[in-house]
Design a protein around this ligand. Sequence first.
Ligand code: UN1
Length: 511
Amino acid sequence: MKESIRKILEELGIAEHNTGWSTGATAGRPGNELESFSPVDGQLIAATGLAPRDAYDALVETAQSAFEHWRTVPAPKRGEIVRQLGDALREKKTSLGTLVSYEMGKSLQEGLGEVQEMIDICDFAVGLSRQLYGLTMHSERPQHRMYEQWHPLGVVGIISAFNFPVAVWSWNAALALVCGNVCVWKPSEKTPLTAIACQTILAGVLAQNGAPEGMSCLLIGGREAGTWLSGDRRVALVSATGSTGMGKAVAQAVGGRLGKVLLELGGNNAIIVSQHADLDMAVIGAVFGAVGTAGQRCTSTRRLIVHESVYGQFRDRLVQAYGQLRIGDPLDEQNHVGPLIDRAAVSAYEAAIEACKEQGGRFVVVGGVLQGADFASGCYVQPCIAEVENGFEIVQHETFAPILYLIKYRTLEEAIQLQNDVPQGLSSAIMTQNLREAELFLSASGSDCGIANVNIGTSGAEIGGAFGGEKDTGGGRESGSDAWKAYMRRQTNTINYSTTLPLAQGIRFNV
Ligand code: UN1
C-alpha cells in the first residue's frame, strides 16, 4: 500500500480496525473474508470481516435498546450530536475525501465534494432538529383541540451503494438520528473501508457524548445481509440506494411485512439541448454529467436529446471536448476521469457498447478499455458517445459507465416525450434561454422525473432539495425539503377539554 494512503488510514483511525460489524464503540471480531481492492491501482487496501447472522441479530437488539433511550432525548439535543458529527467531518474532510477517491475511484475533487455533502446534510439536520413541525387542525367539535405530532420510527436500515459510499449514508443517518431513530448501515461490499471510516468518526462523537451502544451500527455483508434487514420486522424503515433490481427485491420483502421503504434507484437521465440553449454551458453540463464519477452516478447524464438545427454543431463540440479529457489516477488533479469500480463494471461497459452497435448505434467517440502501466488495475475506460434511437433496448437500460447516447429531435413536445419514454424517472434537464420552453418542461406536461433542471445538468444536486425520482427510480425522497417525514410516524391527536362527549359527524349515541 502507498505510504500516503497508510497515513490517511491512520489519520482516520482505521489502520487496524478491519471488522465487519460494529454497534458503535464496540466492534466485532476482525476477519478477512471481504477484500477491498482500489480500482485506482488494483492494490489491496484492506480485508474486513463479514457479519454473521448471529452478530446481526445481536446488533439489532443493541440498536433496539439504544432506541428506547434515544427517543426520549429532545430533538434539539439530538441535533447537537449531529452538529458535532458535522464538525468531526470538517476536520477529516481531506483524509475521508481522499479515501473515498482511492477506494471508489472518483476524482479527488468529487471525493471532497462528497464529504462536503455530508457536512451540509449535518448542518441541515441540526436546523431540522428544531423544526420537526406538525400541523394543528380546527376540530369540528366544540372545546376540542386537534393536532399532529411526529414520532421516531425505531430502527432504520440503510443500504447504500458504492458510487456515493459515504454521502448517501449521511443523508439517511443525519436525518434518521435527529428524528430520534437508530441506524443499522449495510454499505456496499465494494467500499467497506470508507464505511468503517465513517462508523469510526460517528462512534467517536457518540462516545464523547456518553450515548448508548447501538445508536448507529455497521453491518458489512453481501446481498444476504440486505435480505436480513428487509425481512426483519424489528427494522421499521429500510432506505435503499442502488439498482432497480435490488430495490424491487427490497420493496417486495419489506412490503410483505408491511414495513416502510425509501427507495432511491436507477436513473436514465437526459438533457434536452434546445436551439435556444447557450451551447457553451450545454457542453460543460453534458460532459460533466456524462463523465463525472466515470458515469457512475445515479444522476449521470446518459442521454442528450438535441434539436436538429444545432445537432451537428453540438455533436462536433462534444467530440472535441471528449478529445481533451484526461483519464487516469483520480488522485491526480490533472485528470478528469478515474476508473470504473471494478472489472465486472468494465465488462458491463463493454457489453453495453457491443449491444449498442448491434442495435444500430453509431459511435462518434469510440470507447475501449485503456491499457498500459498507468491503467494496471484494468478498470479505466474511454468515455464514449453513440448516436442512437431512444427506443433501443440498451438505451432504455441504465449502464453504470461513461456511455453517452445522442438523440435528435424536431419539436419540444417530441423531446419531452423522448425524455420521459424510459422506465426510470430520476433526473432531467433542459438547456434553453427561452422562457416558454423552460416552463413547459417544468410543467405537469413536462418532465416526469423527481428532479428537473433548467440550464444545469442532471447531476450534482444540492442537499437542500428532496432527492429521488419516480417510476423505476422507486419513488423515495431523501435529503432536503420535508424528506425527514419518511423517518417518522405521524400521530393525529384529538383532545377533548369540554365536559361532554360529542361524537364526530354529528352522530348521537345515548346510553
Ligand atoms: C447517487 O448517485 O446515488 O446529485 C447520488 C448528485 C449527487 C448525489 C448522487 N449529489 O449527483
